[in-house]
Design a protein around this ligand. Sequence first.
Ligand code: ACO
Length: 387
Amino acid sequence: MSHQSPPSTEPSKQSASNQSRGGLDGIIAGQTRLSTVGKSGFGLTYLGYSIEDLAEHGTFEEVAYLLLVGRLPNSIELQAFKDRLAAGRSIPKPLRKTLERIPSTAHPMDVLRTVASMLGTLEPEGAFENAIKVSQRLLACMPTALTYWHRFHREGKPREFDLDEPSIASHFLATLKNRKPTEIETRAMDVSLILYAEHEWNASTFTARVIASTLSDFYSAITGGIGALRGPLHGGANEAAMELLDQMTDPDSAEASLLTMLSKKMKVMGFGHRVYKGADPRSDIIKPWAKRLCEATGNEQLYAISERIETVMRREKGMFPNVDFYSASLYRSLEIPTPLFTPIFVLSRISGWSAHILEQRADNRLIRPLADYTGPEPRPWSPISQR
Ligand code: ACO
């Protein structure tokens, strides 16, 4: 399949004023062979494969294998990988008990952060040779832990799950909904997991790599990644975009509300990107899936509102939707509760974070930048009685 490279987003030489605002824009902080984000002539690629090809022809398990092992699996390797993931889906009893005690009011991202951390106490990594096993365990059991917590608090009792679904996408949807997902639901979820799997040195991956660079353990790096992803400027934007869409009743009033927001210089979640300047290629892939699922589930109005917001953002601000914007209407059409949107990002991005932790460890050097000091001049200590 041929695909167009998005407008060049090569790291630009940032102006001094931008750099002094912090944020490390345009700074190359290290090397990776795992992905390119908008690199001229590449676009978004995972180990050289375009996101368009991966989303059209691949499955999430093939993509996760690619990221972890560095090449696509053959059919025997893929089946063995899927069998290992299926075998790792159950959650240990002490973790279940903890999930039952976490309040129903907790944010599910805090639940996943706790799960990653607690699993590290129950099944510690030990030697670094166990890293791949740990990453597969996390990929396999995080969906179960998330849906276990969600359903325990909704239904008020522990429950056993059927753990035999063939893929992570269908396992997640089946344990969430208590029914077998349809083929189109499963494929839409699978594509979404592929799009969220990896994205170079974004904030959460950078966090995971910084932690890995101290030679800390795998679980600590993943736990830190989850913390960084939670915020609305990063992964939390899909949930924030849905909350905004929920306030809109029709395209015309959505346009009016949006213009008011923009006049107040408010940010519209699900738009813009630090690296992409003209388009996020993941949005072009997820948007038709959102349309298809919205139409199939009577959510045409939600899709029409989303499209109007996109039109107004382009017209008024020259801004484009990122992957999170149309993920919101897709997940709503899949009847996924809004607070679970960002956790889905985690279920997928564990693959990318894991690959980066392995890459960091393979050629490690402590990540420790400098800061430009802006504090007071050296001064004498003042005794407490004189302050
Ligand atoms: N809505 C309205 N205005 C925006 C938006 C937005 N979504 N994004 C940026 N702008 C404006 C800012 O207000 C700012 O305007 P100003 O110069 O007049 O003050 C200008 O564009 C630059 O914005 P910054 O926040 O400095 O740009 P940065 O490169 O740091 O932003 C970011 C990148 C954080 C993604 C930003 O576009 C944003 O906050 N978007 C909304 C949150 C979001 O969708 N995050 C998901 C990103 S994708 C991902 O993590 C999977």
